[in-house]
Write a protein that binds this ligand. Structure first.
Ligand code: FAD
Ligand code: FES
Length: 291
């Protein structure tokens, strides 16, 4: 089945938006669920989240953070009219659609993409939702969409300084997130906190939230392969039990997650990921040299 790219654009620095023909996903997907995409014949499978969809027209939109080889190849090589090889889904459990009351929904960098469908649906069923996007300023996305969808949208942006690498960005991200969340929890009453983002940032924010005893849900991002419960690569420990994030999650009670284990496992393939990216960049350079 062809998964045609109907449209594509760069929304912000390293943030690419795709509109994809995928009627079987569009028909059934619910907020909180994801898809697994394989874009190239020799490529890996990566989990991504439908941000918006049209059930009748049969399309979904995806936003990728260009962070490693696959997302960079997608950004560089795919254009409208091309087809993705596979779009499997919808996968995972939908987010719980309940009246919690006043919700603080936090997205760290591209995590905001996954917050969008869930926050909008929570607002629609009668919750009062505040969304908080913590991100480098050049990576602010979906501002207008959030402003139209929820009660209040806060962007906690920061400028990137010359010479900063991923470590410095991660440190600033965590510092900003923790300070802003403390300020919001100190000044207002909340019934639920929800967060999507890198595991280190999620854990740092959780450590603040637990001081206030507010219920908290987190969408987890362990590495996934099949994403249908058959391999266990995505296993996480929740409440002392082994769970598979692709079928038991991706949403879990933040108070029960073994954060240190998750952080350790997520970084497992970092050296190989760096190698794959370096190899791809060298190929690009070589191609550039030939022209
Ligand atoms: C349920 C779920 C939903 C997601 N939704 C989105 C989304 O909407 N937009 C988006 O930009 N990203 C999303 N991600 C993360 C996305 O899958 C990774 O950014 C992507 O796999 C990176 O591939 P890469 O080759 O470009 O980078 P890599 O070099 O492969 O990896 C860079 C980083 O991504 C992590 N990663 C690599 N492979 C996977 C994998 N198969 N599963 C999970 N993490 C991986 C690595 O641990 C590493 O930290 C989601 C992840 C999950 C689990
Ligand atoms: S990714 Fe294989 S079981 Fe979840």
């Amino acid at each position: 089945m062809p998964y045609k790219i109907l449209d594509k654009k760069e929304l912000a620095m390293n943030e690419v938006w795709y509109k994809i023909h995928a009627p079987h996903v569009a028909r059934k997907v619910r907020p909180g669920q994801f898809v697994v995409v394989r874009a190239f014949p020799n490529g890996e499978r990566i989990p991504l989240t439908p941000v918006t969809w049209d059930r009748e027209e049969g399309w979904i939109t995806l936003i990728t953070f260009v962070r490693g080889k696959t997302t960079m190849r997608m950004a560089n090589e795919l254009k409208p009219g091309d087809e993705l090889l596979n779009v499997a889904g919808p996968l995972g459990n939908p987010a719980p659609m309940k009246k919690f009351g006043k919700i603080l929904a936090i997205g760290l960098i591209t995590g905001m993409v996954e917050v969008f469908p869930i926050a909008r649906a929570w607002q629609e069923i009668g919750n009062e939702v505040t969304t908080l996007h913590v991100t480098p300023n050049p990576m602010v996305i979906l501002r207008e969409e959030f402003e139209n969808a929820v009660s209040r949208h806060i962007v906690e942006g920061f400028d990137l300084q010359p010479g900063w690498g991923m470590n410095e960005i991660a440190q600033e991200l965590v510092k900003r997130a923790v300070a802003k969340v403390k300020e919001l929890l100190e000044s207002e009453h909340w019934d639920l906190v929800f967060i999507v983002g890198p595991a280190g940032g999620q854990k740092a924010v959780f450590n603040v939230v637990k001081e206030y005893g507010i219920p908290m849900e987190a969408d987890l991002h362990p590495i996934m392969v099949d994403a249908t419960g058959m391999c266990g690569v995505c296993r996480v420990t929740v409440g002392g039990e082994v769970k598979f994030a692709c079928i038991d999650g991706p949403g879990f009670d933040a108070y029960k997650v073994d954060w240190d284990e998750l952080i350790h496992r997520t970084g497992f393939y970092a050296p190989l990921e760096r190698l794959a990216l370096e190899h791809y960049l060298k190929t690009l350079q070589a191609q550039g040299g030939e022209q």
